[in-house]
Design a binder for this molecule. Structure first.
Ligand code: FRU
Length: 478
């Protein structure tokens, strides 16, 4: 069924994947591309007992190129099996890339919605913001997650609000009652970001019903929106979460952080009405985190996976480039709410991989631990904390702020140019650190605050200095 373009892309992809050798920084349990470049998580879903994760994939260029959907499956979201590419840019309406989107499972069928990106040839002086670009919303379905039927465009630029630019993308679809909902991210002509909401009764014809934005302009573009409701385990009721990845935030607070951000607003009121947006909270305050997506597991958990990478970042890099690849996903994180605080915690499946335990009171010093799960708990109030990983990466809390800092700032050093990220924090209760071959994810205060980063150790070594604390480090066996 595949057309000649898809057939050739398929053959070329397989040929380049055969040459791949991910080298010393290959991850053990974080989803990575088999070769080349990976960005956003797409189509996260569970079909029967199998979890499906798709990813923005450019096999031919580790610095990003033509985007297709790579596909991996798992039964526990930690051991991933690469399945090939599920969707190629092979139609006039997606030839510039099968961009991000989501999957929605109903009656054993997976419905995927993605953005078919098109950049027209520049003969007319296009600016590629208000002209020269198409964003087609495409629906395609599958019974097994690997083989998809015909692609059907369901929305095009004329169907989006007139005062939006051509930047509209990343459909996320869900169902409530008999109605299907879809959010998309957009850049308005006045250079502010917004989320647009559509409803449908048949997944084919979609009607625009709302536009949601902040009271004050908040960046020029909101990418990869997501909307979900979770129960608050402490005070009951539901918390309505609107997640977006805004670009173009300026000012002191943002200048010390990443180029682009990912975070969420809590909504008061109906998504279809005139909801009030809370202040914006970051999903992750580390160096490498963008474009997360969530999905509901069959057992009722809300799981979030982010792209552990950062677009358009010039000051730091990834030493995996030498081995022909870049980027990975975060560890899947369960999202919960307590007293209105939204928290992330590594999925419980990770604990099944815990092996040898190193335990100490106030301190430990563990050599050669490559994949690990570290927990530090103490008698409150804690006084201070200092974790040093790979003799270079410092995680510290001094009573005022929690900081992730690389000592050596050279681009060939452990942090490959990364320096410091911090957040104000006046009470520390506990810290969990999950390490893989080339990534560190930190969960502070039961996951109220998280920091993710890639890192490139010369030697694996973890030391902890934490007065009055119980320190436990499990080796993770994958
Ligand atoms: C976010 C993003 C999406 C887009 C995709 C293209 O990282 O820019 O908005 O669909 O990446 O790869």
């Amino acid at each position: 069924m595949a057309n000649p373009l898809a057939q050739d892309l398929d053959a070329l992809r397989q040929a380049i994947e055969k040459t791949a050798d991910l080298g010393p920084y290959a991850q053990a349990f974080h989803l990575t591309p088999p070769v080349g470049w990976l960005n956003d998580p797409n189509g996260l879903s569970q079909l029967g007992d199998t979890y499906h994760a798709y990813f923005q994939y450019s096999p031919f260029n580790p610095e990003g190129g033509v985007k297709m959907w790579g596909h991996s499956t798992s039964t526990d979201m930690l051991r991933w099996k690469y399945e090939g590419a599920a969707l190629y840019p092979d139609q006039p309406f997606d030839v510039g890339g099968v961009y991000s989107g989501s999957a929605f499972v109903e009656d054993g069928t997976m419905h995927v919605f993605y953005t078919g990106n098109v950049k027209l040839e520049d003969s007319e002086g296009y600016d590629y913001v208000n002209s020269g670009r198409e964003a087609n919303t495409v629906h395609v379905s599958s019974d097994d997650g690997a083989h998809f039927g015909p692609k059907k465009p369901v929305l095009k630029n004329e169907d989006y609000p007139e005062d939006d630019t051509n930047h509209v993308r990343d459909p996320k679809v869900w169902r409530e009652g008999d109605v299907y909902y879809m959010v998309q991210g957009a850049r308005k002509k006045d250079d502010t970001g917004e989320v647009i909401l559509f409803v449908s009764e048949d997944l084919e014809s979609w009607k625009l019903v709302n536009r949601i934005t902040s009271d004050e302009p908040f960046g020029y573009m909101w990418e990869c929106p997501d909307y979900f409701e979770i129960a608050d385990t402490a005070r009951g009721g539901v918390v309505k979460v609107l997640s977006v990845s805004p670009q173009g935030l300026r000012g002191e607070d943002w200048d010390r952080r990443n180029v682009y951000q990912s975070g969420y607003f809590v909504l008061q009121g109906d998504v279809q009405g005139d909801p009030q947006l809370s202040g914006f909270a970051l999903w992750d305050a580390g160096f490498d985190f963008y474009a997360p997506q969530t999905f509901a597991t069959n057992d009722g958990r809300r799981v979030l996976i982010g792209w552990m990478g950062m677009p358009d970042e010039k000051s730091y890099t990834n030493l995996t480039l030498e081995s022909g690849w870049q980027h990975c996903f975060t560890v899947p994180r369960e999202v919960t709410s307590r007293w209105g605080r939204v928290m992330q915690w590594p999925i419980r499946e990770l604990e099944a991989y815990r092996g040898e335990l190193h335990r100490g009171f106030e301190s430990i010093d563990v050599a050669d631990s490559k994949c690990f799960d570290l927990m530090v708990y103490g008698k409150l109030p804690l006084k201070r904390l200092n974790v040093v990983i790979a003799d270079d990466l410092h995680l510290t809390w001094d009573g005022k702020r929690f900081e992730m800092r690389f000592e050596d700032t050279d681009k060939s050093a452990v942090g490959a140019g990364r320096v410091s990220r911090f957040e104000p924090l006046d009470e520390l209760r506990n810290v969990r650190v999950v390490g893989d071959m080339s990534s560190i994810e930190v969960f502070v205060n039961d996951g109220e605050l998280t920091f993710s980063t890639r890192y490139y150790p010369k030697n694996y070594h973890v030391t902890v200095d934490a007065p009055d604390c119980d320190v436990r480090l499990w080796e993770l066996n994958f």
